[in-house]
Design a binder for this molecule. Structure first.
Ligand SMILES: NC(=O)c1ccc[n+]([C@@H]2O[C@H](COP(=O)([O-])OP(=O)(O)OC[C@H]3O[C@@H](n4cnc5c(N)ncnc54)[C@H](OP(=O)(O)O)[C@@H]3O)[C@@H](O)[C@H]2O)c1
Length: 312
């Protein structure tokens, strides 16, 4: 007993010493720490491309085992993007938890940070609240999402607040870039993408609500029920870009982050985030299209593509 106590004690001591050394090193070398995190981030787009072959187990494709309740899991995993971003943007020294009262942010920085915060406030709070139901999400997906959201939130916030500021967020005359045509174009594209994304998320949310209303209880509406989540009932979505593609909400999301890259021209954390979103959502859209065709057969319009209208 004495021996095991001694061992766990020294292990704990060792762990605390290592943690302290890591914190001190990071405080003194944050730029290097940031670059190391970027190297890890680089692998996410490649890993997400794997979902062309292995379907991520959530939503229509969730497995029965090892899943967490959908709304809780979604809120929990996505909140890391919001919290990490806000923390990393406003905290000057990552581990001392002091908000720098003397920090001044440029208009460009405020606009970019606001976009991130608005996007994720919608994704975390409004999306979760408005969705009639979210199918259970596999624990593995939740853990990967949390890990990714922490790294992605950190690098994007730190790039905007510190590391990208001097070289990218001022023009050659030392002026804040928010009045430049490229920034305005990026902002415009971001907002259009956000509108497309939210509008089509809302159409999806309305489908189940409408199913419960007597007006749409018609024999011509085919309903597929998820065997692992009986409240997850699916019908063919119509209206807006759903008339052309299976996943216009994903299309809008990608347009948003293209706008963000153009506005920051170019934040490499934002470029990697865009690549990760494409690598994640393009295979998912194709999987959705195949699923609609398989489940609804001839009822699903043949002209619809996966994610790019008329093209793919
Ligand atoms: N940036 C990124 O990399 C990234 C990654 C993932 C998601 N997102 C964004 O997060 C949002 C949600 O994504 P998601 O993958 O969860 O979308 P999704 O699988 O299409 O599901 C969205 C919601 O609609 C419901 N739903 C889907 N198809 C339906 C149908 N045919 N009939 C009735 N209800 C239906 C789903 O219910 P069930 O849950 O019960 O299936 C869920 O509540 C999107 O706006 C997306 O752009 C972004």
């Amino acid at each position: 007993m004495f021996l095991s106590d001694f061992t766990s004690d020294s292990l704990m001591k060792n762990f605390l010493i290592q943690t302290k050394e890591f914190v001190t090193w990071t405080q003194q070398n944050e730029r290097e720490f940031f670059e190391e995190v970027m190297k890890i981030n680089f692998f996410f787009p490649l890993a997400f491309l794997g979902t062309f072959f292995i379907i991520a187990p959530y939503g229509k494709f969730q497995w029965n085992s090892l899943s967490l309740p959908g709304k809780f899991a979604w809120f929990f995993q996505e909140s890391f993007s919001l919290i990490t971003f806000i923390y990393s943007f406003f905290i000057k020294d990552l581990f001392s938890i002091t908000i720098s009262t003397d920090a001044t942010y440029t208009t460009t920085q405020i606009i970019l940070a606001s976009f991130w915060i608005i996007h994720y406030t919608n994704r975390v709070i409004i999306h979760t609240y408005r969705a009639p139901n979210i199918a259970p999400i596999n624990l593995l997906i939740v853990l990967i999402a949390i890990f990714y959201n922490i790294l992605n939130g950190y690098v994007n916030a730190r790039w905007i607040s510190i590391f990208g500021r001097d070289n990218y967020l001022y023009d050659e005359n030392g002026q804040d870039i928010y009045k430049t045509p490229r920034f305005i174009l990026g902002v415009f594209i971001f907002l259009v993408g956000m509108m497309i994304n939210i509008h089509h998320d809302n159409i999806l949310f309305s489908l189940r609500n409408n199913l419960d209303k007597s007006t749409t209880k018609s024999e011509s509406v085919k309903v597929i029920t998820n065997p692992n989540s009986p409240s997850s009932r699916y019908v063919i979505p119509n209206g807006g870009l759903f008339n052309y593609i299976a996943c216009p909400h994903y299309f809008g999301e990608i347009i948003e982050w293209i706008g963000f890259v153009i506005a920051t021209w170019y934040s490499y954390p934002a470029v990697l985030f865009l690549m990760a979103a494409i690598a994640n959502l393009v295979p998912r859209a194709k999987t959705n299209l195949d699923w609609y065709r398989e489940k609804f057969g001839d009822m699903y319009p043949k002209n619809r593509k996966a994610i790019v209208p008329f093209v793919w």
